[in-house]
Write a protein that binds this ligand. Structure first.
Ligand code: BES
Ligand code: MN
Ligand code: ZN
Length: 498
């Protein structure tokens, strides 16, 4: 494990050279083809330079491929025989919508995945789309493994055009998402709550930015956090952690304050209510994806520099099966005093989040309170893996987040907080039961959200259930099988609007 994981991150730079030097060290060039231009190749400055450099007429080449329709992501590969430059790719970009650009970018990135290619990409001409282009190129090349023999082969990208600022912003989004993925992919024998807290510390210290700070609570400092303790004490070594990371630049005292709360279950066995069938347990190292996303996004704010204060609360615990696991029928006391009857110990996420939400309301005076969690299998049943379930009473905020999600390629669907189902939370012995098991309403993602709402007082609150999109089951688009980093770009995109 000598090479650091981020060593796989591709290099990315910007060039607007008008001379032949533009092609120095370049092994491949990507040229866009729009559907709307009847598949003609635009005589851009670059295309002229390329023709002069290679003596290839792209119009004639294109005519050799009558089946090519320029649908986003379709690619024609033109091999060249001399010099370093060995490929020209004609890349279909459809109608060049944001979605089309994303598809085209991931397709070309996958063509040269884990190869030493140096690609000059001219497929984006609109400044506004460069950030997405950069993020898609980088993320489609994500690699992670702990193989003893590291083969560190990765491509390099050069973005053509006057886009220096957009390229570096795109890279901020990509790097943050990459970080989230690294945390998710790390196996749980390495990734315990202490490890996660230490990762957060090292992210903060390596950012070398006075706007960022971190506090970690453990042991007796957690005595009021009944939910975090009830879950996390199932794994006494090293026990749960509460991590508070803040982005508060000098002079930010009057800026709006956003508090993010993330589910950081480093492995979810289900506890005494053991997960069944057992093979569904294999993906449960991802159960800290919410905490990972809020952490990476918050640290990246030091580079993005929006005018908003942000506090990220990572609720870190392992849900293990042991002699110190909590029992179905236990009654626990959350931060702030609310008592809860534990029904099914596999519904652990809402227990750790409840403490974080109550703490945020009590101590941090948030203008916006947002939680992110791989919370329910029901969310995946309802929406599949392409959308997160979003719950909030604030319709205009929902609209805004929906729009941002579409822009960055992390889509969310506004779900209803159905008041009729609230009675499902009744308990004979405590303030609430935690799995909403009364009256058999089903709607597991909705009732989980209703439970969380009990802890947010009158704050402006949004809950993202990312159980579906946090993991991909296939290698496709920007994702590889495993953690996607979902919510990192959504949060960054939203926080950037302040
Ligand atoms: N971490 C799981 C939810 C989950 C399931 C995430 C599949 C990703 C993929 C969560 O802790 C859980 O087990 N939820 C239960 C709740 C139920 C017992 C009320 C569920 O959804 O089955
Ligand atoms: Mn669970
Ligand atoms: Zn869980």
């Amino acid at each position: 494990m000598s090479a650091k994981k981020t060593d796989f991150l591709p290099e990315i730079s910007n060039s607007n050279l008008k001379s032949d030097k533009l092609f120095k060290d370049i092994t491949a060039v990507a040229i866009p083809v729009l559907q709307s231009e009847k598949l003609a190749i635009k005589k851009s400055e670059l295309v002229k330079q390329l023709a002069a450099h290679t003596h290839i007429n792209l119009e004639i080449e294109l005519a050799n491929w009558p089946d090519f329709t320029a649908k986003a992501g379709e690619i024609i590969e033109i091999p060249l025989s001399d010099g370093k430059l060995t490929r020209i790719y004609l890349v279909g970009v459809g109608a060049a919508t944001d979605e089309d650009i994303r598809k085209a970018s991931t397709a070309i990135s996958r063509k040269i995945k884990a190869s030493p290619a140096k690609l000059l990409s001219a497929i984006v001409e609109d400044k506004k789309q460069v950030e997405n282009h950069v993020a898609a190129l980088v993320l489609a090349n994500y690699q992670f493994n702990l193989k003893s023999e590291k083969k560190l082969v990765k491509p390099e990208f050069v973005i053509y055009g006057d886009f220096a600022e957009q390229v570096s912003r795109g890279l901020i989004f990509a790097k943050a998402t990459w970080r989230t993925r690294d945390l998710i992919h790390t196996p749980s024998n390495i990734k315990n709550p202490l490890w996660l807290a230490n990762q957060a510390k090292s992210f903060v210290s390596s950012a070398k930015n006075s706007a960022l700070s971190i506090k970690v609570k453990a042991g007796r400092e957690l005595k009021e956090f009944g939910g975090l303790l009830a879950v996390g004490n199932s794994s006494p070594n090293p026990g749960p952690r509460f991590v508070e990371v803040s982005y508060a630049p000098k002079g930010s005292g009057n800026w709006p304050h956003v508090v993010l709360v993330g589910k950081g279950i480093t492995f979810d066995t289900g506890g005494v209510s053991l997960k069944r069938p057992y093979d569904v347990m294999v993906g449960m190292k991802s159960d800290m994806a919410g905490a990972a996303a809020i952490l990476s996004a918050t640290v990246a704010l030091a580079e993005l520099k929006p005018k908003v204060r942000v506090t990220a609360l990572l609720m870190c615990a392992e849900n293990a099966l042991s002699g110190t696991s909590q029992r179905p029928s236990d009654v626990i006391k959350h931060y702030g005093g609310t008592t809860v009857e534990v029904i099914n110990t596999d519904a652990e996420g809402r227990l750790v989040l409840a403490d974080g939400l109550a703490y945020a309301d009590d101590k941090l005076d948030p203008d916006y309170l947002v939680d992110v969690a791989t919370l329910t299998g029901a969310a995946t049943l309802g929406l599949g893996r392409q959308f997160a379930a979003m719950y909030t009473r604030d319709n205009s905020l929902a609209k805004k987040l929906h729009t941002v999600g579409n822009q960055v390629g992390e889509r969310v669907w506004h779900m209803p907080l159905l008041d009729d189902y609230e009675v499902a939370l009744e308990s004979d012995i405590a303030d609430f039961n935690h799995t909403a098991d009364k009256y058999d309403f089903s709607a597991g993602s909705v009732t989980a959200a209703l439970f969380l709402e009990k802890f947010v007082a009158d704050r402006k609150w949004v809950h993202f259930d990312i159980a579906g999109p946090a993991r991909s089951e296939v290698d496709a688009g920007e994702n590889i099988k495993g953690g996607t980093g979902f919510a990192t770009r959504l949060l960054l995109g939203w926080l950037d609007t302040f």
